[in-house]
Write a protein that binds this ligand. Structure first.
Ligand SMILES: [Zn+2]
Length: 323
């Protein structure tokens, strides 16, 4: 647990859970303090460690929501499975483990609120809080290796960011005749358009194009974006995303960051993530359009936006099933 660098409150909660020291209805009934064994939400199910640690329907719902935002969280059948599973994640998929521990803690907190006030937090607000907590404890240092192992399931389509966040997809395009460009598109948690850009590159190097796309963000980010809860920068070149994660990690240790990346520190939180080509489709369109000339769109009514872009934007938004 120490290695997960959890928020101290969450670490303490898990330590208590492990030591059977959480006042669940099962524990209270066993000690003759209460008579009801069940979970206050899932009445007929006994509220023991297995339940609090993962079986509760509330935990499943919150996890399902977070998965929809494109972050992977595992589910476990019982508490023993859970401890074993978390152990396997440590060092490899710290983010997934951290998110899981935070979900369980927040769902327990919400359960106590339910007992005391008769009301509890919505699945949505718990899920959004979980993301903020997990990011704070890993500030600018997200490990998203889990995107690789679960790529087939996760990246088959574009995922919106959590509420209050912005996601910026970036991509590079190369043509044989020495032409290259970068492009990207920023959207909110409902998949709504915020801005898109494309920029022709003067010179290029195959491996560097996608990195250029990220660096070019410096020229297009708007002041108001820094007010968002955080920003997820997503690309489909695994090497580049890994490289960026590494330099951010170095920053955390040495407080030194390359000048070209320093603008990222203005955001409240930054997460780099890797997606499949399909999940990055709209950024790919922007990068290819940039070969015809640079552009910056901040309004969908902009006459220069081609139908191919609008069509793809609408499709990805519709796929979310929301507004
Ligand atoms: Zn329950």
């Amino acid at each position: 647990m120490k290695r997960l660098k959890l928020n101290p409150k969450i670490e303490l909660f898990w330590w208590r859970l492990y030591n059977n020291a959480i006042p669940s209805n099962f524990l209270l009934a066993n000690r003759r303090i209460g008579s009801f064994y069940g979970c206050p939400r899932c009445c007929e199910l006994v509220e023991d460690n297995n339940h609090i640690g993962g079986q509760c329907v509330k935990i499943r719902k919150v996890i399902a929501l977070i998965n929809e935002w494109g972050l992977y969280i595992p589910v476990y059948q019982c508490f023993e499975d859970c401890l074993e599973g978390l152990q396997k994640l440590i060092g490899k998929e710290d983010l997934a483990a951290n998110l899981y521990c935070t979900v369980v803690w927040m769902v327990w907190k919400s359960r106590c609120k339910l007992i005391h006030t008769g009301k509890e937090d919505s699945d949505n607000s718990i899920a959004a809080n979980v993301i903020s907590y997990a990011v704070q404890s890993n500030f600018l240092n997200f490990q998203l290796e889990n995107w690789d192992t679960n790529q087939l399931r996760l990246s088959s389509h574009w995922h919106p960011p959590p509420p209050g966040w912005i996601k910026i997809n970036v991509d590079g395009a190369l043509k044989k005749n020495y032409r290259a460009g970068v492009g990207g598109v920023a959207r909110d948690d409902k998949g709504r358009f915020l801005l898109a850009f494309g920029n022709t590159l003067q010179q290029w190097d195959a491996a560097q194009t996608e990195l250029c796309a990220v660096l070019f963000l410096k020229n297009v980010v708007k002041e108001w974006m820094f007010e968002a809860q955080g920003v997820i920068i997503e690309g489909d070149n695994r090497n580049i995303i890994n490289l960026l994660q590494k330099s951010i990690k170095n920053w955390k240790v040495s407080r030194a960051i390359e000048d070209s990346l320093a603008f990222l520190l203005d955001f409240k939180q930054v997460v780099f993530s890797y997606s499949s080509r399909i999940g990055n489709n709209l950024a790919d369109i922007c990068a290819n359009l940039s070969l015809e000339g640079s552009f910056l769109w901040e309004d969908l009514l902009d006459n220069s936006i081609p139908p191919s872009f609008l069509h793809c934007l609408k499709e990805e938004c519709d796929a979310l099933g929301g507004s």
